[in-house]
Design a protein around this ligand. Sequence first.
Ligand SMILES: *Cc1c(COP(=O)(O)O)cnc(C)c1O
Length: 385
Amino acid sequence: MPERRPLSPATSVVAAGRPERRQGTPVNPAIVLSSTYVSQGKVPTGEHFYARAGTETWHPLEQTLGVLEGSAHPALLFASGMAAIAAAMSLVPPGGRIVVPRHAYNVTIAYARDLGERSGVELTLVDIADTDEVVAAVRGTDRPASMLWVETPTNPMLEVADLPVLVEEAHAVGALVAADNTFATPLGQRPLSFGTDVVVHSVTKYLAGHSDVILGAALSDDPGLHERLASYRTMHGAVAGPTEAWLALRGVRTLALRVERSQSNAAELARRLAEHPAVAEVRHPSLPTDPGHERAARLMDGFGSIIGLRPHGGVAAADAVVAALELWVPATSLGGVESSLERRRRFPLESATVPEDLLRLSVGVEDVEDLWADLDQALRSVSGV
Ligand SMILES: *Cc1c(COP(=O)(O)O)cnc(C)c1O
């Protein structure tokens, strides 16, 4: 038989993780609600014996995410993005050093700091877009880092890292590289293809896509790291519920459609916002003037659907814009079908280098003219322009 070309990711989101195709079998996997499995004999044999260690309801989604990230192994599902992040950071030895973007997801930074207090792990914060600064931090003055944590684009500042260069430099000094790929999704970039050791996701966001599930995932091509992450999961027990895994797989089926629509909406809104008289600053990597534009164009497929927006008038104006919106949902989180926004510094944990008046917009899949009309009326009502 002639060799088939590999499936496009837009096809894999639909086709991967299906039950075996036989006459009369369902096209979707079943949700199996069982904490334990029939198991007898001197030692447990067979694939499953207890659902904390593994259950068939995880596999279709784990397999699909593995295919999308181009991984040698299926993904490992976790109860949340943070559970996957904690598992990945467990690879840093006690007394080791971890380099983290100063604008990584704020709970990621808080967790790394907590790790420092409990296990003597030293935390170095960097501007992930400044390659020289990151390389110097990874090399260190007296000892190299054990792990470089990369989030690209960052949440919420949308800085874009030069991932292939950072991976090469980190590996040269023996540091592991972990990447949080939540913002880009596997359709936007595949960090494992650049040699990244571990990839994590908040599946809660774009992958599940409907703001109805909390779930996470971690992946590694390395069999030893994969095994350590799996055993961390079993021991720490932050495992996914079967219904969440099923819902998230259902969400993944439309990932390509949702990402395509939300990205084109975001690029169009960013372009219009950049010319709006009530707007002081817009960040979106699609804008040719954006600091992350060149790198994102080179390293990513698409520019994502998160926009950073600072209206004229500071914090009061930013809060008033949020309050004046009727269609956009005022809420935290991102990556749902519905457009939402919030001022990030509402959270005391948010980095002090994130501007107080920065609104993070998560652009959904609605009609772009409706989204624009609502934004425009809110900005005008607040600024009086
Ligand atoms: C939301 C988020 C997380 C945390 O994921 P949860 O599923 O909420 O635990 C981690 N990283 C990024 C970039 C996120 O946006």
